[in-house]
Write a protein of this length. Structure first.
Length: 510
C-alpha cells in the first residue's frame, strides 16, 4: 500500500502504527499520524507546522502525547487496523499527490494537507493552540497547484479506450445512475441523523463522506455522464417491488438507504475500474467508510431506544452484605433511578454473580436498566442489560464478542480523544468525567465542566456526566449541557436514599 510513498511518509505511517500499538488502541487514528509527523523532526511537514506557528513539541502537547521518535515494534507484532478516518486521510493524501502527477509519490506534506484539508477536531485543536490554519491550508493548496502538470483540454480523466463507442455510453449510464443513487442515499441517511437523532458528530461525519463522494465523482468524465443519461429510457424506473413502496418506520428508511448507498458505491467502484483504477480505489474506501457509519448510526439508534428516557444512573457497591445492597437498590429505584450500575471491587466471582442476579431481579421488577461494571462475562451470566468498561478494562471489541450484539456497552471517557475513540468503537453510551472530586473514587485529573460542554457539542449518543455530582452542584452540570448524570455517594450514603434519588431525578425531569 505504501509503495508510492516517500521514505519519510512511510516512516510517518509506520510511526502512527507504532503509536497506536503503544497506547493499546483498537485502531490507528488520524491523531496518531499527526503525532508521527511531529516525531519526524526533519520532515517537510514538521517544518511547515513550525513555520505556521506550531512547533512539533507544541503539536504533541496539544495532542497530549510525548515524543516517541524511533519507536519500533518487535518483529511479528500484529498489525493494528486502520480506522475509517485514517484510511480516508491516506486516500486524501494520495489525491493531493495525484493532483501534481500520477507518478508523484506521497510525501509528508501531502499527509499533513490531508489531515488539515477539512474541518474537524484535529484542525480545530491545532488552530486553538496557535496554528495559522487558514494560511497553512492556502499555502498547501497553492503548492500543489504550482507543481501540478498541465491539464489537457479534454479533462483530467484519460479518454476511455473501449472497442465500441456504444460501450462508452453504457458505462456512462451505469456510473451516472450509481453516483446519483449514492448521493441520494447519503442525503436520506444524513437527514435521519440530523433531524431524528440530532447528533452533531454523526451528522458531521456523514457530511464529510458526502463531500468526499462529490469530489470522487468529479474525477469521472462529467460530460460523458450527462451525455449518456437517459432517464426516460431507463427500464428500471418502471419496475417497482412491493418492498420498495412500503416503509414501516423512519428506521426502515434509514436502513434501506444505507444499503442503497453501499450497493451504489460498489457499482461505482467496479465500473470505474474501466476508466481509472485509482479512482475506483477512492470509491472502495468510501464504501468501507459507509459500512462503518452504518454500524455507528444503528448502534446509536439502538442506544437511544434503550436509554432515551434514562436520566439518573446510580452506582452501588462496596456494601457489606447482600441485604444492604438490595435495600439500597430498592430505595434508589423507588426514588426514580432509571439505571443501576453494580460496581464491586475485590469480591469473589461467585459472590459478585450472586449479587448481580439479585440486582437484575430488582431492576426488572422496576422496569429499570441494570449495568454491571467491568465484567462482560458475569454481565452475560446475570442477564444484565449492559456492561460498563473503563479505559484500562477489556477492549470494547472483545467485550462485544462476549455479551453479543444487543447488550449495551458503556465506556468511561476523560478527554476529547477518548470520547471520539469511544464513539468510533461503537460504544452504546458514554461516561463523561470526572466532573468534580469524588467521594468514592480517586482521580489524578478532573475533566471538569468544560469537558461536559464539549461532550454536549460533540455527540447526542447517550452519555452520563459522572464524578462527585450532588444535588447541590448538579445544576452546574446541567447548565454545562448534560441531560443525564451518574451518582453514587449522593444517593448511597444519603440518610434516605429514596428521597435523595427522587430529588436528583426531579432536577433531571425530561
Amino acid at each position: 500500500m505504501l509503495e508510492s510513498y516517500t521514505a519519510g511518509a512511510v516512516r510517518a505511517v509506520n510511526q502512527a502504527q507504532a503509536r497506536a500499538r503503544h497506547r493499546d488502541a483498537e485502531s490507528v487514528e488520524p491523531a496518531d499520524l499527526l503525532a508521527a509527523l511531529a516525531d519526524e523532526a526533519e520532515s517537510r511537514a514538521a517544518a511547515l507546522l513550525t513555520e505556521f506557528g506550531l512547533a512539533p513539541d507544541l503539536v504533541r502537547a496539544a495532542l497530549g502525547v510525548t515524543p516517541l521518535a524511533g519507536l519500533e515494534s518487535p518483529p511479528g507484532t500484529p498489525h493494528v487496523p486502520y480506522s475509517a478516518d485514517f484510511r480516508a486521510a491516506l486516500a486524501e493524501a494520495e489525491l493531493q499527490a495525484r493532483a501534481v502527477g500520477r507518478s508523484r509519490a506521497v510525501a509528508t506534506e501531502h499527509l499533513l494537507a490531508a489531515l488539515l484539508s477539512a474541518p474537524g477536531p484535529l484542525a480545530e485543536l491545532l488552530a486553538a493552540e496557535g496554528l495559522a490554519l487558514d494560511a497553512l491550508r492556502e499555502y498547501l493548496g497553492e503548492s500543489v497547484a504550482a507543481e501540478a502538470l498541465p491539464i489537457a483540454l479534454a479533462g483530467e480523466v484519460p479518454p476511455l479506450e473501449l472497442a465500441d463507442p456504444g460501450q462508452e455510453v453504457d458505462l456512462g449510464r451505469m456510473l451516472d445512475a450509481s453516483a446519483n443513487r449514492a448521493r441520494e442515499g447519503l442525503r436520506v441517511v444524513e437527514d435521519y441523523v440530523r433531524f431524528v437523532l440530532d447528533d452533531p458528530g454523526l451528522t458531521r461525519r456523514l457530511k464529510e463522506v458526502r463531500h468526499r463522494l462529490a469530489e470522487a465523482v468529479r474525477g469521472l468524465d462529467l460530460d460523458l455522464l450527462m451525455g449518456a443519461r437517459d432517464t426516460r429510457g431507463d427500464v428500471g424506473t418502471h419496475i417497482m417491488t412491493a418492498s420498495e413502496q412500503a416503509r414501516e418506520n423512519p428506521r426502515a428508511v434509514l436502513t434501506a438507504n444505507f444499503k442503497r448507498t453501499g450497493e451504489a458505491l460498489r457499482s461505482l467502484e467496479e465500473y470505474s475500474k474501466l476508466a481509472d483504477v485509482w479512482l475506483a480505489g477512492r470509491f472502495e474506501v468510501l464504501r468501507y467508510d459507509v459500512y462503518t457509519l452504518e454500524k455507528l448510526v444503528l448502534t446509536a439508534v439502538a442506544a437511544y431506544r434503550s436509554l432515551q428516557d434514562a436520566r439518573l444512573m446510580v452506582l452501588v457497591g462496596g456494601l457489606p452484605t447482600l441485604g444492604d445492597l438490595t435495600w439500597i437498590v430498592g430505595e434508589a429505584l423507588a426514588g426514580g433511578a432509571d439505571v443501576i450500575q453494580l460496581r464491586e471491587k475485590g469480591l469473589p466471582d461467585r459472590e459478585l454473580l450472586r449479587r448481580a442476579r439479585e440486582v437484575r431481579i430488582l431492576t426488572a421488577q422496576a422496569h429499570a436498566r441494570f449495568i454491571l461494571n467491568d465484567r462482560p462475562d458475569l454481565a452475560r451470566l446475570a442477564g444484565a442489560d449492559g456492561v460498563h468498561l473503563g479505559q484500562e478494562d477489556l477492549a470494547l471489541r472483545d467485550a462485544r464478542r462476549i455479551v453479543g450484539p444487543s447488550t449495551l456497552i458503556g465506556l468511561s471517557t476523560h478527554d476529547r480523544a477518548q470520547l471520539d475513540q469511544a464513539i468510533v468503537s461503537g460504544a452504546s453510551y458514554l461516561g463523561v468525567g470526572p466532573v468534580f472530586p469524588s467521594a468514592t473514587k480517586d482521580f489524578s485529573d478532573l475533566a471538569g465542566l468544560a469537558y461536559v460542554g464539549l461532550a454536549a457539542e460533540t455527540t447526542n449518543l447517550p452519555w452520563f456526566a459522572i464524578g462527585g455530582i450532588t444535588e447541590e452542584n448538579v445544576d452546574q452540570v446541567l447548565e454545562a449541557g448534560a441531560t443525564r448524570v451518574a451518582v453514587s455517594s449522593a444517593v448511597v450514603r444519603a440518610d434516605s436514599p429514596r428521597e435523595a434519588a427522587a430529588a436528583m431525578r426531579g432536577k433531571l425531569a425530561d
